[in-house]
Design a binder for this molecule. Structure first.
Ligand SMILES: [Zn+2]
Length: 93
């Protein structure tokens, strides 16, 4: 099985995480709205995120506030609606 990237390039359904160096199935990786997969697996991403949050709590608040202000401006009431509108994640098959 393989996955097609936006440029029409086919990639294998497994990918090596650049953090833990494990080769994992693509379901273990987040896919950006551009269609490309992130270089860290979901587990490593969560760890990195938690580490970053601990280091930058103020920055996180600022980003969140800006994000919610943007949602308000766009007239979005629920965050999941905004996500659906902003980044439709294409099927991997
Ligand atoms: Zn990993």
């Amino acid at each position: 099985m393989s996955v097609i990237l936006p440029g029409g390039k086919r990639i294998a359904s497994r990918k090596r995480c650049s953090e833990c160096k494990r080769v994992r199935p693509l379901e273990k990786f987040h896919r950006a709205s551009t269609g490309y997969f992130q270089s860290y697996c979901r587990d490593c991403k969560a760890v990195r995120q938690a580490r970053w949050l601990k280091k930058n709590p103020k920055k996180f608040l600022k980003i969140q506030r800006r994000y919610f202000a943007k949602l308000k401006r766009l007239g979005v009431k629920r965050v999941c609606d905004a996500k659906k509108k902003a980044s439709p994640v294409p099927e991997t098959q």
